[in-house]
Design a protein around this ligand. Sequence first.
Ligand code: SF4
Ligand code: SF4
Length: 298
Amino acid sequence: MSQPSVPFPQSPVVPNMVDGAHVIQFQCHKGIGCWNACCSNIDISLTPYDLLRLQKRLGLSSAEFLTKYTFPYELDKDDIAGVKFRPVEGGSACQFMTPEGCGVYEDRPTACRYYPVALVSMRKEGEAFDSASYALVKEDHCKGHEVARSLTIDDYRKEQGVVEYDELARGWRQLILKKKSTGPAIGKPSLKSRQLFFMACYNLDQFRAFVTSDSFCQLFALPPEEHAKIAGDDIELMLFGFRFLRQVLFGEESIPLNDDAAKARAEKVREKRMQEEREAAARMAAAADNDHPLDDED
Ligand code: SF4
Ligand code: SF4
């Protein structure tokens, strides 16, 4: 089961973008000849909400779940990390596949719910929000396309319970889309920013420890009720993480700073800018010397 982001020639992704009103013919059911074929060879990217649902179901900490069931990959060329399912040791099947089907069906991830539809989030130039289009994935082994049942993609999304999953991963998708669309303008995020991205998106227990730490409370001016809400509720914490990362990655003032911290931060930014200007001036002077290497000998 694959989760393509764009359709490629010769891939099983039908190269037409369609909207939610598009009618598909599909049904997967136990007893079908290809039962479990899709779960035997996986390439599944996970959203932060997918991770949260699965780790809660299994009663694992986020670090335990990450280690046992996932591996990181590069979501974009600037080393922003994504997370994929780790298949069974030495094989390509999902660790949750059982002869009866999915062993975590009620909490299966977004890509599994969508299949054979692929969500393609896009953000057009000049638009503040992303819009969703869909592509159909037609793999030869999947007999579900031969079952005579027709429904719209919107109805299929409701049937598969994917609407909630999309809503709760929206902030994460917007971060990635914004990062991709403004990439050259903001440059490669620092190692610290990339680590914060990973922690806030995928390692929620560690992120909770971070937002309840003294240093966080000294830096950010969050009302006590709001602080208690994000510290005590996984979903609120995850959504807060997306907001926090807009500040980390794009410098948006999405979370207010304490006065002293704001002054210190402004001073640090000013120092950094002055340092960059000094370095740029030194580079220009060196380049001018190189352009006229014999001037001193005249
Ligand atoms: S989570 Fe379930 S549906 Fe998804 S690949 Fe694994 S076994 Fe299949
Ligand atoms: S019909 Fe398609 S989705 Fe269902 S088990 Fe077969 S390959 Fe998987």
